[in-house]
Write a protein that binds this ligand. Structure first.
Ligand code: MLT
Length: 281
């Protein structure tokens, strides 16, 4: 039973590409890709993943007639959103839009969701784009750091998280030359619902190790990474590229974690080159 209807943007006609945002962001991070892909013959779909973006106030519980069950679901949602939950939400959205299969493109947390999606619904994936993400699970120290961040955001909101993470999310050149991108990323973090973000953060801490899945990925795959990304560095991308058969690797200069916002033209061209070869042929 799916309890949630995703808020989403859908523009264009043609082969479908589903864009999955990172944490604690929302679908607005894909604006440049939505415009570009839809202008280039693709149907771009970008949902707000469960608990983030507009989704924070769009909860719909089909069991709402049963007050206790609705409450239980609401509490569960507040606690943890697994990467699998998010992948199943995406599949439900594709059902609703009558999209049988699509290219799945995920950045960072969106990449974890993409890993779950291709595992759960392999026949619905035409191609895969994995940007700024990694296959291994968290170690104990990383899990604890996530739990501390959850405590911080639930107690004090997103402000501290935004200021602490901006230096790592964006490359020095973006900070120096693209204040509008810095502002967009800051605003996205500040408007995230701390409860939804906390649930996603716990879901990431609990995610499984996807390393053993890599050799079994049979769809064309593009791995993208920012040269200056300290969060998911080039070595993480090389790890995936080395194990996913036939995958391509694109390293984007003067970009850190938010490659698609920092260097949208380079990101878009890489995407188009890949999609043109793999999806349209
Ligand atoms: C993201 O951008 O989605 C996060 O950095 C992912 C993570 O914390 O593992």
């Amino acid at each position: 039973m799916r309890e949630i209807n995703l808020a989403y943007t859908e523009v264009g006609t043609g082969p479908a590409i589903v864009l999955l945002h990172g944490y604690p962001f929302d679908r607005s991070m894909w604006r440049e890709q939505i415009d570009f892909l839809s202008a280039n013959g693709f149907r771009a779909i970008a949902p707000d993943l469960r608990g983030l973006g507009e989704m924070s106030d769009k909860l719909q519980f089909v069991a709402a007639a049963d007050h206790h069950e609705a409450k239980r679901q609401a509490e569960a949602y507040r606690t943890i959103t697994s990467m699998e939950d998010m992948a199943r939400d995406v599949a439900a959205l594709m059902d609703e839009l009558r999209i049988d299969h699509a290219t799945i493109c995920g950045l960072s947390m969106g990449g974890y969701v993409a890993f779950e999606f291709v595992d759960l619904f392999p026949t619905r994936v035409k191609a895969l784009v994995l940007a700024g993400t990694r296959a291994p699970a968290d170690n104990e120290q990383e899990r604890q750091a996530r739990e501390q961040q959850v405590d911080q955001m639930l107690a004090k909101g997103m402000n501290g998280i935004a200021e602490a993470s901006l230096p790592k999310l964006l490359a020095p050149r973006t900070h120096a030359e693209k204040p509008e991108v810095v502002a967009l990323v800051r605003e996205m973090i500040l408007r995230a619902d701390p409860h939804g973000a906390a649930a996603a953060q716990r879901g990431m801490a609990a995610r499984r190790d996807y390393s053993d899945d890599l050799a079994g990925i049979e769809v064309p795959t593009l791995v993208i990474v920012g040269r200056d990304d300290p969060i998911r560095p080039v070595a993480d991308a090389e790890f995936m590229h080395a194990r996913i058969p036939g995958s391509r690797l694109e390293i984007i200069e003067d970009a850190a974690h938010m490659t698609n916002m920092e260097q949208p033209s380079v990101f878009n061209q890489a995407l188009l080159g890949f999609l043109g070869l793999e999806v349209e042929s």
